[in-house]
Structure formats: C-alpha cells, structure tokens
Design a protein around this ligand. Structure first.
Ligand SMILES: NC(=O)c1ccc[n+]([C@@H]2O[C@H](COP(=O)([O-])OP(=O)(O)OC[C@H]3O[C@@H](n4cnc5c(N)ncnc54)[C@H](O)[C@@H]3O)[C@@H](O)[C@H]2O)c1
Ligand SMILES: [Zn+2]
Ligand SMILES: [Zn+2]
Length: 341
C-alpha cells in the first residue's frame, strides 16, 4: 500500500508498506480521513522516528471486525490510538492515560503500528468506537483532538463566570476555547504568535478576543482584559515563552493546565507560580469516556468541529501541508488527509 513515512528532518517519503494482517485481535479499518496533529509536527521537526507512518486521528470503515461481535463489515468507526495494558491500577481505575504502556504501540505514534496516512490500518479491537453511519468522516477524524481539549477542560474545572486564557490557537487551543465557553466561562481569550490563527479563533466564534503574544505589552494587555489575571489558563503550545506567559497571565490563586508538549526541558518562571500560589496541572490525552462523549457529540452534530477543517489533501500533498503548518504564519489549522485521493 502507498503510505507517507518520515524520512528525515522535515522530510517525508512516499513508501510502499504491507497491508495489515488479519489476526482477530485487531479491527482492520479502511481509512476515509485522517487529521494532521500538532504532535505530528514535533516528529516532522525532529525527523524521528525514521519510517514512522503517522495519522492517529482518523475515521474509517470496518473491513474486518476481528473479535468485536458488535461490529460488522462496513461500519463507520474511529478509535483511541493508544495501547494501555488494561491490567494495571491506572487502567483498572479508568485512567489508562497514566498506564506505562499507553504510548508503546500507539497507532501512528509507534513504529510497529502504522497510522492512517495510508489506505488500511489495524487497530486494537478494544479501542475501536463505532459511530453513526451518517456522520461526516472529516468530523469524526476530529474526535481525537477534541477529546484532548475535553480532558483539559475537565481538569480545569471551570466555574461559571471564569475568565479563561488559551495560549496557542492550534486545533487543541481552538477546541479547548470552544469547550471552555460551553463550561460557562464568561470570556475566553486566545493568545497567538501567528496573527492568522489569532484572528481565526475570533472569526470562528470560539474566542471573544485574541492577544498577540509577540507584542511587548502583551502581559499588560492580558492584565487589562482579564481584570487582574485569568482564573484559568489552558496552555496549548509547549514552548518556553508560551508556558511562561501562561503562568504570568494567571491570577493569584489561579490555575494553569499544561497541554502543550515540550520535547525537551524548558526554562519557566516557577517563582511566579510560587509567589502567586498558581496551580500547575498537566493534561495528557483523555479517558475512554471522554473520547466516547466526543464521538457522540460530534456524530450527532451537538459539537461543530467541521468549522476547524481548512482543507483536504491526498498523500502526495502531505509534505507540503506539513511545511505550511510549520511555517508559523499558516492560515490553516486543521488539514485532513484522504489516503484514497
Ligand atoms: N497533552 C496532550 O495530550 C496533547 C495532545 C495533543 C497535542 N498536544 C500538544 O499540544 C500542543 C498544541 O497542539 P496543536 O495541534 O494545537 O499544535 P499547533 O502547533 O497547531 O498549535 C500551537 C500554536 O501555538 C502558537 N504559538 C507558538 N508560540 C506561542 C506563544 N509564545 N504564545 C501563544 N501562541 C504561541 C503557534 O503559532 C501555533 O498556532 C502541541 O505541543 C501538541 O504536541 C498535547
Ligand atoms: Zn492528535
Ligand atoms: Zn495499564
């Protein structure tokens, strides 16, 4: 099968890979749509691991249901891409995001488990989630990043009337902003270094205002717009300036949820968190329940995520799409890959 694999730093190659083998422990899925994720951009930037076929956000059609008696050929599905052991304390308590095996064989994230930037994939059967046959496959490919946002918002425990800052207007930031409003935030502000994305957050109706994080008086503006600091800050970027700004923009006694992934240790002003007793909390992935909630809300149209999709491309255009998303001034936020194009 034709696939797109990492070749080196910021470089992909079109590569033939074997079709997945039917083993009854996996559901074989014919991919309809797959999203390009901000985490994929980290792999693109580092060129690691060479040979990885990415694509952990997808929608497809069952071609072999494996041991899932409740699934049939032709069913529309998505899946949690992860590989929790199912037996440890974390898994048994419903928090498999803490399980040591969660990312070991994750679809599109681990070398031994090619992701959806190809035509057909094998997904651990217990991770597959059936969706309504009528659901838009592009929207269903957005379930995974939406679940990341929902988990962050649950951890943020937003109170009605809270003022919320979302640092970074990529897809994780945009869905977090959308869900913060639904949780009762009185105002949601997005900070960005890319004006195209900042404006987009406002135009799409998920933010009341956006702040340019490159401006020298950014923090002063954040203070003014929030009153005296934000009750909750959701950090959806991960680099040192972004995480620092998140801590500094929070009010005394406020909360910062760290969703952005720093791929190396970073320097941040922890003294500000100490002096203002700011709570810092990491957020990783989602629970099965949160993932299923997003699948349901997106399939039945209660959550509109199609508005975040900018365009659809074929496998031959994946390289150009990553180059564009990495540029720092892209107008696009979510590009969907259709491996059948
Ligand atoms: N914790 C998790 O479970 C989880 C899951 C998915 C993604 N992530 C991570 O979340 C982050 C966001 O993901 P995404 O898909 O939205 O990525 P993205 O790269 O599309 O978005 C990040 C945005 O941050 C902006 N930015 C850069 N520096 C900034 C600054 N100083 N202030 C404000 N904005 C700034 C960029 O312009 C970009 O638009 C990534 O680090 C990704 O790896 C974490
Ligand atoms: Zn993702
Ligand atoms: Zn486990």
């Amino acid at each position: 099968m034709k696939s797109v694999a990492i070749k080196g730093v910021k470089e992909f190659e079109i590569k033939e890979i074997d079709e997945p083998i039917i083993d009854h422990k996996h559901v074989i899925i014919d991919v309809l749509k797959a999203g390009i994720c901000g985490s994929d951009i980290h792999n693109y930037e580092s060129g690691n691991p060479v040979g990885l076929v990415m694509g952990h956000e997808f929608c497809g059609i069952v071609s072999d249901p494996g041991d899932r008696a409740d699934l049939a050929i032709g069913d529309k599905v998505t899946a949690l891409p992860i590989s929790p052991c199912g037996e440890c304390d974390a898994c048994r308590s419903g928090n498999h995001q803490y399980c040591a095996s969660t990312w070991t064989h994750a679809v599109g994230l681990a070398l031994d488990n090619p992701g959806a930037f190809t035509r057909r994939i094998a997904v651990r059967s217990d991770m597959v989630v059936k969706v309504d046959a009528q659901a838009d496959p592009k929207a269903i490919a957005m379930v995974e990043p939406t679940a990341v946002g929902l988990h962050a918002i649950h951890l943020a425990d937003i109170k009605i009337g809270d003022k919320v800052l979302v640092v970074g207007g990529g897809i994780i930031g945009l869905v977090s902003a959308m869900l913060a409003k639904k949780e009762g935030a009185s105002s949601v502000v997005v900070s960005e270094t890319n004006p195209n994305r900042g404006k987009k957050a406002v135009d799409l109706g998920v933010a009341d205002a956006w702040l340019d994080a490159r401006e020298e008086d950014f923090l002063a503006k954040a203070q003014t717009i929030s009153g005296n600091g934000f009750d909750v800050v959701i950090e959806c970027c991960g680099n040192a300036p972004a995480v620092s700004s998140a801590i500094m923009a929070a009010k005394a006694g406020g909360k910062v949820i760290l969703v952005g992934v720093a791929t190396a240790p970073i320097s941040i002003p922890t003294v500000v968190a100490v002096m203002r007793e700011i709570e810092l909390k990491g957020a990783i992935a989602y629970t099965v329940d949160e993932f299923k909630t997003c699948a349901e809300l997106i399939a039945n149209g209660r959550l509109d995520v199609l508005k975040f999709v900018d365009r659809e491309i074929g496998l031959d255009d994946v390289q150009a799409a990553f180059d564009n998303l990495y540029s720092g001034n892209s107008t696009a936020v979510k590009i969907i890959v259709d491996p059948n194009k």
